[in-house]
Design a protein around this ligand. Structure first.
Ligand code: 13P
Length: 256
């Protein structure tokens, strides 16, 4: 069974517009050789810039992800887009169930798995996000929350497609706070997720890449990515500048 290729994805949230997206994508493409083809790199730009991002990244190996995807193929869903719409642009990945979607836009353990399923059906790589709030951690509920959210996603995954799934553990208290989980805290939860995967999918659990997200920066990426089950990172603030995202991705070379 092959080793997991480290995977770093920059989540640009509601930041760069078209012009800035083109500029940053060009800089990422230029820096891509530094990763020697041994670390996968993606960005998830604002939806309105996806076409420009795909165009600027074409042929480079830089992957473009959407920050969300609806589960229906088409229909009366104002403000949403389907997996087919993403595929048409050249998008290859879709973040599903980011904590900001869960907290602010009503995503939950019913809708997130539907989004993951739609992404899978369209041939996209879903990046399913899970993670506890500070209150939940302090109440000793981390394991329970992560298990519930993870199981809801795994429920819709078939054994022959499990290798395409990516899961991101993003403790809500670490997002945008500058206070990352310690490598030990991250590994603890990642190991738990790996056990959940193994219970359902046996040895194939080893194929699933688990990203950590929450205040990942160039200066803490290496120690986080040194943990055996931290296969990559989902990066917010520190992903907005190409040089910083590339430095984080380079930390993945130690695993390659
Ligand atoms: P920060 O890296 O800004 O903490 O954001 C993490 C995140 O939410 C990535 O999806």
């Amino acid at each position: 069974m092959g080793k997991r290729v480290p995977f770093v994805c920059g989540n640009w949230k509601m930041h760069h517009g078209v012009e800035a997206t083109r500029k940053q994508v060009r800089a990422l493409v230029e820096g891509l050789p530094r990763l020697k083809g041994m670390v996968d790199l993606a960005i998830a730009p604002v939806a309105t810039t996806l076409a420009a991002a795909c165009e600027a990244a074409r042929g480079s190996g830089l992957k473009i992800a959407a920050q969300n995807v609806h589960w229906a193929e088409k229909g009366a869903f104002t403000g949403e887009w389907s997996a087919a719409h993403l595929v048409e642009l050249g998008v290859t990945h879709a973040i599903c169930g980011h904590s900001e979607r869960r907290a602010l836009f009503g995503d939950d353990d019913i809708t997130v798995p539907k989004r993951v399923r739609a992404a899978m059906d369209a041939g996209l790589v879903p990046i399913g996000c899970v993670g506890e709030t500070l209150a939940q951690r302090e109440a000793g509920k981390t394991e329970h929350v992560v298990a519930t959210q993870t199981e809801a996603i795994l429920e819709v995954i078939k054994p022959d497609e499990i290798d395409r799934l990516v899961l991101a553990y993003e403790p809500v208290w670490a997002i945008g706070t500058g206070k990352n989980a310690t490598p030990t805290q991250a590994q603890e939860v990642h190991a738990q997720i790996r056990r959940l995967l193994a219970k359902r999918f046996g040895a194939k659990a080893e194929l699933v890449r688990l990203q950590y997200g929450g205040s990942v920066k160039p200066d803490n990426a290496a120690e986080l990515l040194r943990e055996p089950d931290v296969d990559g990172a989902l990066v917010g603030g520190a992903a907005l500048e190409a040089a910083s995202l590339l430095a984080i991705a380079e930390a993945g070379l130690q695993r390659a």
